[in-house]
Design a protein around this ligand. Structure first.
Ligand code: OXD
Ligand code: MN
Length: 591
């Protein structure tokens, strides 16, 4: 899509629609200054220096971590706040039981009161951004107004931010998602993340944490985009996108939906084990995927983001060497610990030791982990050794397989294949996972998390399942759908599957299924590989463990089916009958 070059126009004049919205927000919030972000390196340097002068940012060891910085958030503001996140559709039923709902008029009144005068003494930053390649017809634009320079720095990494995005907005006639953000006083009692899908707008107050404050990410690219995608006939999903080339040179892209902090970044950057020579892995995205039906009737995917906002703890040369290498330069760390030589440190890094913790205290194990369990890195995708230029392809990449998964100690086997698209939608809707530190609240509690979208779908899940069925009906060549569980544990609480690079063995089976080459056994829940169907060459794993990983326990699954039935019932008449029909047939096969 061509955008009109307005290189000589002052940036504030490129889009009159944006300018008039900025003026009305400024009249309410009363900032001292307004800064229009152009996305230039000079602007980044200036903002960094301002934050450093205010002691809100600090450079790390120049020699070993050049251009890297550390930021700390308020200790009460370290994760997404699902209980304070609302979908404000006109009709409560349209938000569904999967969301907190607030009447839009009530939400606007509440937010207007919070925003009144909230930027006095502060700078109002105007952050125009494009989600997706700047020239892709599948991309969508937004503008975030924020009073946080830290947010601007993050948005500059995570999105195509600045002048070009504003030019696209102007060329598109001023259609953009309006996101208004203020950190307020960081008071958890005055914190709300409101979404108005019907108005294509977002209002966030009182938090500086990424998932609550970088409005292009969860708020726009998932909650608002999922709603917009339904009205326009596409899908906005919580999925990584990865390209896999086998030793014969066949390249396939797969998109995988796992809940937060369940290894999407690791899988997207997987390094093949030494015993699988000749494989190559390319990362297109690690968190969000927009899927469109292409002219050929296949699903095509773009990653709307241009960077990674990844969980630092657990990242090491062993678990994710690509990520570890990627974050050694030009990276913004949040809430990690520091070593005595001013290098970042976190639990699971595998070397060094912490000197100060994420609250800037001298490290003392009595205070808990040195890095916050949800400590993050923000880094541009181009620094990933597995980066592919396909991430910039305006057409996206064609998807051969969709994979759902969760973190489950028991029940779900290592992998199974859905019989067809409709069964796959049931499999995705039934995803369950143990909660993690990515959101505030109890960790380790199993909850249903349909398509890993529980915190992110901007409308009623019943309608969402129907939308998935509708998309399937339009696809001439639908991808195969699979379910995986890397987290199955034995009686002793140890993981049964090695995970990480060895997950490629499971992906290899999937791609061979796509190509019609690999065997499987039919079971009540779907098609599973027999141990002999998996490439286990060079893997030290006992045959009994493989049997256990590939077992379907009838009794446990009967209970699971009953639980899924109850869950689907929560969406009442909005749950498509086709989902019950699929569940009935699983139940029948279980006997
Ligand atoms: C994330 C999340 O930050 O899912 O990606 O919480
Ligand atoms: Mn995520």
């Amino acid at each position: 899509m061509a955008t009109a070059p307005s290189a000589f126009k002052p940036i504030a004049e490129i889009s009159p629609d944006v300018a008039s919205w900025v003026a009305s927000v400024a009249a309410a919030t009363l900032p001292d200054r307004i800064h229009w972000c152009d996305g230039s390196p000079a602007e980044t340097a200036r903002l960094r220096n301002e934050l450093i002068a205010r002691k809100e940012l600090a450079p790390l060891n120049e020699k070993t971590f050049p251009d890297c910085h550390i930021a700390y958030s308020h200790p009460s503001d370290v994760a997404r706040v699902e209980h304070l996140t609302f979908i404000c559709s006109k009709n409560k039923e349209d938000a569904g039981p999967n969301n907190n709902w607030m009447d839009p008029a009530e939400a606007h009144a509440k937010m207007d009161a919070l925003y009144r005068g909230c930027m006095k003494g502060r700078t109002l930053y105007v952050v125009p951004y494009c989600m997706g390649p700047i020239d892709s017809p599948y991309s969508r634009c937004g503008v975030e107004i924020t009073d946080s320079a830290y947010v601007v720095l993050n948005m500059g990494i995570m999105t195509r931010m600045g002048r070009q995005a504003l030019e696209r907005i102007a060329a598109e006639g001023g259609k953009f998602v309006r996101g208004l953000h203020s950190i307020g006083e960081l008071d958890p009692n005055r914190r709300f993340i409101m979404h108005f899908p019907e108005e294509l707008s977002i209002q966030s107050f009182g938090s500086g944490y990424g998932g609550n404050a970088l409005l292009g990410k969860k708020c726009h690219a998932l909650r608002i985009a999922s709603y917009q995608a339904r009205t326009e006939g596409w899908l906005a999903e919580h999925m990584l996108i990865v390209g896999l080339k086998n030793p014969q040179g066949e390249l396939h892209y797969v998109a995988c939906a796992f809940p937060s902090a369940c290894g999407k970044t690791n899988l997207a950057m997987l390094i093949p084990p030494a015993s699988m020579p000749g494989w190559e892995v390319f990362t297109v995205g690690d968190d969000i995927c927009w899927l469109q039906i292409g002219p050929d009737g296949r699903l095509w995917a773009i990653n709307p983001e241009s960077g990674y906002f990844g969980v630092a703890p657990g990242t090491s040369p062993k678990t994710n060497k690509n990520a570890f290498d990627m974050i050694r330069k030009d990276t913004l760390f949040t809430n990690v610990a520091l070593t005595a030589s001013n290098e970042p440190w976190w639990e699971g890094i595998g070397a060094g030791e912490p000197s100060t913790d994420w609250q800037r205290r001298p490290y003392d194990p009595k205070n808990g982990p040195a890095a916050h369990p949800n400590a993050r890195f923000t880094v541009s995708a181009v620094h990933n050794p597995a980066y592919t230029k396909e991430a910039e392809n305006p057409k996206g990449v064609p998807i051969s397989a969709l994979v759902f998964g969760g973190r489950r100690r028991e029940i779900a086997p290592l992998v199974y294949e859905a019989r067809d698209w409709q069964h796959g939608v049931l499999v995705g809707a039934s995803v369950a996972s143990e909660t993690t530190a990515a959101a505030t609240g109890a960790v380790g509690v199993v909850r249903r998390d349909s398509m890993a979208m529980k915190p992110f779908c901007g409308y009623n899940f019943g309608d969402y399942f129907q939308h998935w069925l509708n998309i399937g009906a339009k696809l001439k060549q639908p991808p195969k759908i699979f379910h995986v569980n890397w987290f199955r544990q034995g009686q002793d609480g140890k993981f049964l599957w090695p995970g990480f690079g060895d997950n490629l063995r499971v992906l290899e089976w999937m791609l061979d299924r796509v190509a019609g080459r690999a065997g499987a056994q039919e079971t009540a829940i779907g098609n599973l590989p027999r141990p002999s169907d998996l490439n286990l060459d060079g893997l030290d794993i006992a045959p009994a463990v493989v049997e256990e990983l590939l077992s379907v326990k009838q009794d446990a699954w009967r209970k699971e089916v009953a639980d899924i039935r109850n869950y689907l019932g929560e969406y009442g008449a909005r749950t498509p009958q086709a989902m019950y029909a699929e569940l009935d047939s699983v139940e029948k096969r279980l006997g």
